[in-house]
Write a protein that binds this ligand. Structure first.
Ligand code: GDP
Length: 432
């Protein structure tokens, strides 16, 4: 979702105005320079549009002097957001610092709005006209304290933000879509038959049913699921080569068409390169993942121990995968499949509110800052969860974050918020 950064000198009422925008008293209403706020980014909703409001008051840009520091704040705001709101104090008028900041903001390629705050009475309304001199267009008079005209300002703000793609566009209704993949003879058709009940599978294979002929509608745990691209799995007899080979185009197509993927592994045999490749495909495609270890009836104590070693070595990239041990032959734990799918999908759908995310993140980077690179300490300014399916975070920073640090952030993020069963993407937006 788009980001609005709010900049301005201390004491102009940024936090109070942010509260107005958010419609609640959550931001810390204290504009003392040097006071570090632990929460700086929030979700806002106006006229059905969602956006993130960032209160740059917590940034402490580090430049010397008030003027330099607020100008540096404006620089950062410009490079990390989609629009900037400059707040000035109408009861004071434009100060030298405001002018310095306005000069920086006039270079912005993105929209900049000007709020004249503290217009608490009619007298001050006339004063706001003088703020045209800042060269940022029309000053919008507001009284953050009384709520005066903040609706008009919000209309302007929302109008200036780029349209965000709506998650809803990607959802589509109906049963959740599942792909069942795995190398030949791992037990895919056996499992599908077990899940559907033998007769049902036969019925489904009749042409002209309501379901897309290559998909199977399966009821598990009182819920309908659409198993995609199962046409080739319904027949018990498969040719050993040719019609279905692993990591083939067909596997990719099924993964792309699905929301959650069951990768079926043969627990009685060593995990192969092919298995790992498909697991990687699923993670890279951003789909929820259930690893199902089939033929569990053949697994004894020794094999179990071995398998654990193989998992430690082979599945380091997907420690978050949801796992189930099953036997398509005996029916063991097949009823655990639906709960596993549900867990993975609810993680895939999960969204952490911006305020909560930043409360956690500021503690994390304070305790463990990113490693210094080229003599510079990159700062993590704030984060938003830009999307779901799969969950995608954007970290706004002042410098490049090493892959190791991004993995650290992901691990801590999962420890705090869960997300079992889904890949999580972490993008970094470095100021230009
Ligand atoms: P597909 O190629 O992945 O669809 O695999 P199939 O479902 O055709 O199964 C391959 C072989 O493995 C068949 O002989 C099945 O009977 C056998 N099989 C499938 N699941 C299990 C299981 O859980 N335990 C055991 N012991 N054999 C299984």
């Amino acid at each position: 979702q788009p980001v609005l950064a709010v900049v301005g000198r201390p004491n102009v009422g940024k936090s109070t105005l942010v509260n107005r925008i958010l419609g609640r008293r959550e931001a810390v209403v204290q504009d003392v320079p040097g006071v570090t706020r632990d929460r700086i980014a929030y979700d806002a909703l106006w006229n059905g549009r969602r956006f993130t409001v960032v209160d740059t008051g917590g940034w402490e840009p580090g430049a010397t002097g008030l003027q330099g520091s607020v100008a540096a704040q404006a620089e950062l705001a410009m490079s990390t957001s989609d629009a900037v709101l400059l707040v000035v104090d109408a009861s004071v008028g434009a100060t030298a610092t405001d002018e310095a900041v306005a000069k920086v903001l006039r270079r912005s390629k993105r929209p900049v709005l000007l709020a004249a705050n503290k217009v608490d009475d009619e007298r001050l309304l006339a004063e706001t006209a003088s703020l045209w001199s800042l060269g940022l267009g029309e000053p919008h008079p507001v009284s953050a304290l009384h709520g005066r005209s903040s609706g008009d300002l919000l209309d302007e703000i929302v109008g200036s933000l780029p349209e965000a793609p709506r998650d809803a566009d990607r959802l589509g209704g109906g049963p959740r879509r599942v792909a069942l993949v795995g190398k030949p003879n791992v037990g895919k058709s056996s499992l599908l038959n077990k899940l559907t009940g033998e007769e049902r599978a036969v019925v489904d294979s009749v042409a002209g049913t309501t379901v897309d002929p290559v998909d199977s509608l399966v009821e598990l745990d009182g819920q309908a699921w659409r198993f995609v691209d199962t046409a080739g799995l319904r027949k018990r007899v498969q040719t050993a080569s040719g019609t279905e080979y692993y990591a083939s185009l067909r596997t990719r197509t099924a993964i792309d068409a699905a929301e959650v993927v069951i990768v079926l592994l043969d627990a009685s045999e060593p995990i192969s390169e092919q298995d790992l490749r498909v697991v990687t495909l699923v993670a890279e495609a951003g789909r929820a993942l259930v690893l199902a270890f089939n033929k569990w009836d053949l697994v004894d104590e020794d094999r179990r121990y071995q398998l654990e070693r193989e998992l430690d070595r082979g599945l380091v990239r997907v420690p978050w995968a949801e796992k189930v041990n099953v036997s398509a032959l005996t029916g063991r734990a097949v009823r655990k499949m639906a709960p596993a799918l549900r867990t993975a999908l609810s993680s895939w759908d999960q969204r952490v509110p911006t305020g909560q995310l930043n409360g956690w993140l500021s503690d994390l980077v304070a305790a463990t800052p990113p490693p210094v690179r080229g003599g510079k300490q990159p700062k993590v300014l704030f984060a938003t969860q830009a999307g779901i399916r799969p969950p995608t975070l954007v970290l706004f920073t002042t410098g490049f974050l090493e892959a190791g640090y991004r993995r650290f952030v992901e691990r801590k993020f999962r420890e705090r918020f869960g997300f079992q069963g889904t890949p999580v993407r972490i993008n970094v937006r470095v100021r230009e």
